[in-house]
Design a protein around this ligand. Sequence first.
Ligand code: GLU
Length: 478
Amino acid sequence: MNVRTRFAPSPSGRLHVGNARTALFSALLAAHSHGQFILRIEDTDAVRSHAQLETALTEDLRWLGLVWQEGPDVGGGHGPYRQSGRGQIYRTYVDQLTEKGLTYPCFCTPAALAMSRKTQLAAGKPPRYAGTCAHLTEAEIEARLATGLKPALRFRVSETGETAFDDLVRGRQVFAHNDIGDFVILRGDGSPAFFFSNAVDDALMEITHVLRGEDHLANTPRQLLLLQALDLQIPHYAHLSLLVGPDGKPLSKREGGSTLAELWETGFSSAAVLNYLARLGHHYDSNRVMPFKELSDAFSIHKVGKSSAHFDITQLRHWQQEVMSEVRDGVLWQVLMDSSEGERIKKLVPKDKWQEFIVFLKKDIKHSLLPAEAAAYASMLYSDKLKYDDAAKEPIHSATEKYFSAALASLVKEDQTYKQYTAALSEATGLQGRKLFMPLRAALTGLTHGPELELIWEMLGLERIRQRLKAAAEIAQS
Ligand code: GLU
């Protein structure tokens, strides 16, 4: 079978990571079988301006490394690939349903429909169209049309029987027709409803596998009914569980962002995001960073889990770390320069220290994965005027000025090692452990946490160490 999958976003802004994962799984499935992955833009909602939104969306998909063989920008034999350009096609298929007596005009107002939904829900019933306009006579229809009302067009669903299908992820799904109710296929303004255009396009574009979010599960029986009525090909369906935050709630900024754009603006690499998303709900035996080709070779829709997948930024950091530790020094510097923190880092790090700085970052890569973290390190190491956070001022005050006089006096020569220095300081102050090290850390870095103090010591050099101890002495006195 020639596998054809598609990603069919309604452009509404930057790509959400959940949708990015759906696109990725669809692309992986197609690539696995040397099939085609298609991009279709579902822009039937005429109110918004779609051009910019579509550009943002394709930019996001390309950043992730996805390539589509057919789509609005690359063409293909099943176009147009924007639904806004397919109006004529939809009309043909709507007419076919009408000729078969399967549609009727519906004049119900949104307010009347909302009221009916409310009543049904209150009675504990699943809300479905009550059938108000299902049996209007020709004369009644004419009379309503004569008043200028613009009806929607509904598809008739039998009140008996059921529609079933085998979902590739969730197994057998059965829906009673009685719960479905007649649904709109054409809106009052003449634009096609999602159920309709989406199903017709999947068939006409010869899509074999539809991968989409589980929020669409209840739409599928409606689409099966339409495809059957139109004698069109029915694809396999795989409804993917939703992507949620670590707490099981919808993703938010707290998790480092809910769009791909936010992730790349934060400085995550596309390889890290690709490898993490590929493993959200899909099991891979290997824990290595893999390029798209290897991910697709090992991809199987049968390895996709049913339970909701948790997007956790700590896991993404793990992948970022895997990627960064393989990056060569020169490339890492360039990555930082190209980031939003590039200017700041360049200003802070003296030219002859670039190499040394990168080596330092790599030693503590866990805490310097992102450009903002690297910039904070650059500031900690090379800034002439260190900023002390409140937590750091506390151990400096407690240590008192006496500690810093001893600390300054214990500084003897340029090549004094960290071990020699702290031994001398311990001797001079009679302090050990936390009491010895915390004021020193706070004085030298402005923070109460961070990389090994020994690493920092080696980087700072005698002059800067002296200057920072003096500054701490002043804080201790203030
Ligand atoms: N335009 C729909 C959406 O963005 C497509 C759903 C589907 O993949 O079938 O939710």
